[in-house]
Ligand binder design. Structure first.
Ligand code: DP6
Length: 349
């Protein structure tokens, strides 16, 4: 017999960035972060997990290719979720799995991303969140989303924020064992549903410096990171929570852009410096800044993760439609730039 479960998890985009760990194994961050979860229809991971007495070992396929599960991150997630597994019974199929059986049974896992892996589009975020959620369903785990987020966190930090929709905060926590470093939902997806998210895929090539090694180098060498984590983010997080609560787009946009720019400044302050954005990314920033200034109040916020792709958050449908027109006019795909394509997150205009 085989027992299977499938889950689908969207990716999330940080508006207050996580950059830097205080514990590399448990994946504990140096500051709180806040993100918005995208609509699963556009950027998501779908994962099927299966268990059978016929399976000889744990195995996993990512986008159809088998990958190794020997890395500590997978092992940590699998171990933590197995610890919480409970009895499962499927009367129709005549299957009964006792709590203790989960330690002996092996898993097969198949995961698909509907967007480029490791191109700075937070694929690991959706990936680990989806894996943990699917396994929790298969194993009848009782823990709530926040508790599951603390397991997903051990796969990839940003993954803990993908277990909720809407706006989500990853609380850095204080405990050494990481038990209080978990995600909470600030507001659900209905709270601010005027927002439109457009992702301009500047390049879908794999990034040169992974987030993991990039943030390690920043922690070791950047003084700006220390200042950011201690002085800037604590205040900014409170202001961001207030802006989200009040649907105050002007403050939201100001904070989002400032935080993205500071994160990339930390990357430049790292030795050797890390460049995630390219000329096209910089031109997009200038373009949005100019447009926002000419309108008198911000229409669009931009944010860039560990890659050159722009995540553009428009205040409403009208601003999003105008933004798309502007992008296509200023960066036509056959123009002298490598702006490949546009992914419309959230909703269709
Ligand atoms: C720039 O979560 O990919 O996207 O915890 O080492 O797996 P690991 O890093 P990861 O880093 C994400 C960094 C970021 C900012 C963010 O999502 O908050």
């Amino acid at each position: 017999w085989v027992l299977m479960k499938t889950a689908q998890t969207p990716t999330n985009i940080a508006v207050i960035k996580y950059w830097g760990k205080r514990d590399e194994t448990l994946i504990l961050p140096v500051n709180d972060s806040i993100s918005v979860t995208l609509d699963p229809a556009h950027l998501c991971t779908t994962t099927t997990v299966a268990v059978s007495p016929a399976f000889q070992q744990d195995r996993m396929w990512l986008n159809g290719k088998e990958i190794s599960l020997s890395g500590g991150r997978y092992q940590n997630c699998l171990r933590e979720i197995r610890k919480r597994a409970r009895e499962v019974e499927d009367k129709k199929k005549g299957i009964k799995i006792e709590k203790e059986d989960w330690e002996k049974l092996h898993l097969h896992i198949a995961s698909y991303n509907n967007f480029p892996t490791a191109a700075g589009l937070a694929s690991s975020a959706a990936g680990f969140a989806c894996l943990v959620f699917a396994l929790a369903k298969l194993m009848n785990v009782e823990e709530d989303e926040s508790q599951l987020s603390a397991i997903a966190r051990q796969g990839s930090g940003s993954a803990c924020r993908s277990l909720f929709g809407g706006f989500v905060k990853w609380i850095m926590g204080k405990e050494e064992d990481g038990s209080d470093s978990l995600a909470v939902q600030l507001v659900d997806e209905k709270h601010w549903d005027d927002l439109f998210i457009i992702i301009a895929v500047v390049s879908s090539r794999q990034k040169e410096t992974s987030s993991t090694s990039g943030m390690r180098e920043s922690v070791e060498t950047s003084l700006l990171l220390q200042h950011r984590a201690k002085e800037v983010v604590p205040k900014r997080t409170l202001q961001m929570e207030e802006a989200i609560e009040n649907r105050d787009f002007a403050s939201f946009a100001k904070l989002t852009c400032a935080d993205s720019n500071q994160f990339h400044a930390v990357c430049l302050d790292t030795s050797p410096p890390i460049f995630y954005m390219n000329d096209t990314s910089h031109r997009i920033i200038s373009h949005v800044e100019k447009w926002n200034r000419s309108e008198g109040s911000p229409q669009v916020a931009y944010t860039f993760d560990a890659g050159p792709n722009a995540v553009l958050i428009a205040r409403d449908r009208k601003a999003a439609a105008q933004l798309l027109k502007r992008l296509l006019f200023s960066f036509p795909p056959n123009f002298d730039t490598d702006l490949d394509s546009y992914i419309i997150g959230d909703k269709t205009i």
